[in-house]
Write a protein that binds this ligand. Sequence first.
Ligand code: GDP
Ligand code: IMO
Ligand code: MG
Length: 427
Amino acid sequence: MPALVLLGAQWGDEGKGKATDLLGGSVDYVVRYQGGNNAGHTVVVGDQKYALHLLPSGILSPGCTPVIGNGVVVDPSVLLSELSGLNERGVDTSKLLLSGNAHIITPYNVTVDKVTERFLGKRKIGTTGRGIGPTYADKINRVGIRVQDLYDESILTQKVEAALDVKNQILTKLYNRRAIAVDQVVEELLGYADKLAPYVSDTVLVLNQALEEDKVVLFEGGQGTLLDIDHGTYPFVTSSNPTAGGACTGAGVGPTKISRVIGILKAYTTRVGAGPFPTELFDEDGEALRRIGGERGVTTGRDRRCGWFDAVIARYATRVNGLTDFFLTKLDVLTGWEQIPVCVAYEIDGKRVEELPYSQTDFHHAKPVYEMLPGWNEDISKAKTFADLPKNAQAYVKALEEMSGAPISAIGVGPGRDETIEINSFL
Ligand code: GDP
Ligand code: IMO
Ligand code: MG
């Protein structure tokens, strides 16, 4: 069994943390390959709840080595506080591996993120304000700071100087802010060097050697397919590639090594931040989904926008990721509706459209075409097998599977590890 990718099939917050943690006990490595602490992955183990932002969810499984790959952007202060928070709760984090090639979110990247959003006003993206976009922009602009730069003061100083040269002009002349001092940034970053040193390694080599030895490697995506910089609802996206291909570039592992790509799919839809969302609800049903589903952001505490399941999006996720399986989460949240609408196609300017339009304008005009599926009232949170589900819940799952284009191999009926119906084994 070589490598598996587990990723968000919608706009994030599908339950990737729970799904990763569930598999964590049976895999050797869990790897984050993109994004940063814009992610908020919740894992519930017994009566303990963990919110992970930068660390892979495998950190909670003792036999598993957690890895932060080269494609991730790392805020050192967030990483260190996440580690100490877990240590205080008795979690051993000593096995963590951090790529020396991962880029660092510097204090000025966070400032630029916040200032840019403010400047955009009504046109803002609604970012998490964690400096994600500006850090990836610096990476692509070739003025980024990498983890390995913390170990060469002279190179670090030169790079911070180069990065701040233009930024300080923009901050002072365009945004009317104070300039950021090079030495202050360098001093802060150098202060992290010794603390991070035990974790820094050549993660590409480690992972490829592990795969040679037939170890099982699980790639844990952040965000989701529709937030992908290339395949999402641009410009209302994040600045990385959560889609399956991102695992290859973000960890340095070839596509031939990946045998399975699991899309995490909520039984309805949510989105945080701005951007188009055809099935969004502004009525009592939307409120009910938010309340019953506990749909509040793990990272920023913002209310999530809620809507019905969108099969057009699920099909799109199957296509752009080459999904082999779905893990359907939060089916329990839908208990109690008499009928559940499911979006099967869009109507765009009077025409029925079956697939996600590539044009941003068309997508903004897309109106959902709903099919009504019968609901159920029985509590499903104790269901252990597919047969334990009420007939209408079974039919809902089967209908979603048919519309979405890949088998549903697991179903979440609650936040806990064991509140899962496993249909096909992932390993
Ligand atoms: P992630 O970002 O994809 O890891 O998802 P989040 O952790 O941001 O949001 C998912 C939320 O749903 C978390 O609070 C989970 O504990 C919870 N959750 C995950 N799976 C299920 C499920 O099957 N049922 C219910 N009721 N909650 C779930
Ligand atoms: P997880 O991994 C949901 C959204 C933000 C904003 C857009 C860009 O928990 O699913 P950014 O700070 O990345 O530049 O913001 O992306 N966003 C998320 N939405 N879940 C996430 O992560 C997200 N990470 C970023 O709300 O709309
Ligand atoms: Mg989340």
